[in-house]
Design a protein around this ligand. Structure first.
Ligand code: NAD
Ligand code: ZN
Length: 361
């Protein structure tokens, strides 16, 4: 058993508290990882607020990180101690019908079909003050050590800087993959990205890499525009500065609406605005943001031919193989995801990290 620090959320709505926890050794088919760096995603904030209906408290949040394999359980063959890895909040078991379908990335062991508050054998490897602590999406990256199933680990290049590639555990792979894999953005096309957090900025990078000729970035926080432009946005719009709804403005700007739109916020109204912003015939809208309410739409939005899609961690990557490839592309300097990293804080200041997220910084 390893004793180390972890950020524990004891109950919904309560602040995180940095505690000493015990991390039990990996059982068969599991991997214990020494985490080196973690990123903060809006989804962690949704969890802390109690908006993740299936999560259980107390819990160690965090689902974006990178580390080094410390030890492996019986039967683990794909990684060995010392390997650099990214734990995966969306697994690839390799055996289910979705994993075997080359067009699908959606493993049936994902948290939509199987709870991930405990490891697959229905026990936890974390405890604190004599209490069992739950895992989050199997990965719980806000801990110095974590234990995950082997099929939720991607082995990456030994040259990868872990403090930089930790964003591949969620934000970067999600946004970039939404453009490349889910939307399959074509060269010369027009795109609109709603929300310029880590995920939306990564979608901007994906649209640029795919050769889009116009990338319109939309956010109510104009402080996000400088970075969006640096990453490839050609126009930036703040809906608060407009007299008309954003979808009308985007339709006028582009003639008939954009070819591809992406929602990386997580509100019902911006989901509808993003859908209505892509052209009524061949437009494709990708839903990335996590919305915790129902959405009602005018069916004619789809009747004319638009496509409305969702994505989990960037769609059709085949995540255990896809993330290492992305890391290799990063090492070959095919894109600069380092620009997504705005602040670097020591682990004890994890609460400050959330304050920065909530302040839009
Ligand atoms: P973030 O909070 O860093 O960024 C959200 C951005 O949206 C902010 O810049 C904010 O100013 C902007 N915004 C808020 N309201 C707006 C509005 N009405 N109009 C325009 N802009 C607005 O969040 P993030 O970490 O980038 O995550 C974005 C969303 O993606 C979240 O809902 C998160 O849960 C979700 N997510 C989904 C997946 C997936 O696999 N599908 C993965 C990661 C994150
Ligand atoms: Zn995330």
């Amino acid at each position: 058993v390893i004793r180390c620090r972890a950020a524990v959320a004891w109950a919904p709505g309560k602040p995180l508290s940095v505690e000493e926890v015990e991390v039990a050794p990996p059982k068969a088919g599991e991997v214990r990882i020494k985490l080196v760096a973690a990123g903060i995603c809006r989804t962690d904030e949704h969890l802390l607020q109690g908006c993740f209906p299936k999560a259980e408290f107390p819990v160690i949040p965090g689902h974006e990180g990178a580390g080094i394999v410390e030890s492996v359980g019986e039967g683990v063959t794909s990684v060995t101690p010392g390997d650099k890895v990214i734990p995966l909040c969306h697994p690839q078991c390799g055996e289910c019908s979705f994993c075997r379908n080359p067009e699908s990335n959606f493993c049936q062991k994902s948290h939509f079909s199987e709870l991930q508050n405990l490891l697959p054998d229905k026990t936890s490897r974390f405890s604190c003050k004599g209490k069992q602590i739950h895992h989050f999406l199997w990965v719980s990256t806000f801990a110095e050590y974590t234990v995950v199933p082997e099929y939720a680990v991607a082995k990456i290049d030994a040259a990868a800087p872990l403090d930089k590639v930790c964003v591949f555990g969620c934000a970067f792979s999600t946004g970039y993959g939404a453009a490349i894999n889910t939307a399959k953005v074509k060269p010369g096309s027009t795109c609109a990205v709603f929300g310029l957090g880590g995920v939306g900025l990564s979608a901007v990078m994906g649209c640029k890499a795919a050769g889009a000729s116009r990338i319109i970035a939309v956010d109510i926080n104009s402080d996000k525009f400088a970075k969006a432009k640096e990453l490839g946005a050609t126009d930036c719009i703040n809906p608060k500065d407009l007299k008309k709804p954003i979808q009308e403005v985007l339709t006028e700007m582009t003639g008939h609406g954009v070819d591809y739109s992406f929602e990386a916020i997580g509100h019902a109204d911006t989901m509808i605005a993003a859908l209505a912003s892509c052209n009524m015939s061949t437009g494709v809208c990708v839903m990335i943001g996590v919305v915790d309410s129902e959405i009602s739409i005018d069916p004619t939005l789809l009747l004319t031919g638009r496509t409305w899609k969702g994505t989990m961690l960037g769609g059709s990557w085949k995540i255990r193989e896809g993330i290492p490839k992305l890391v290799s592309s990063y090492l070959e300097k095919k894109f600069n995801s380092d620009l997504l990293i705005t602040h670097t804080l020591p682990f004890a200041k994890v609460k400050e990290g959330f304050e920065l997220l909530l302040a839009g910084k």
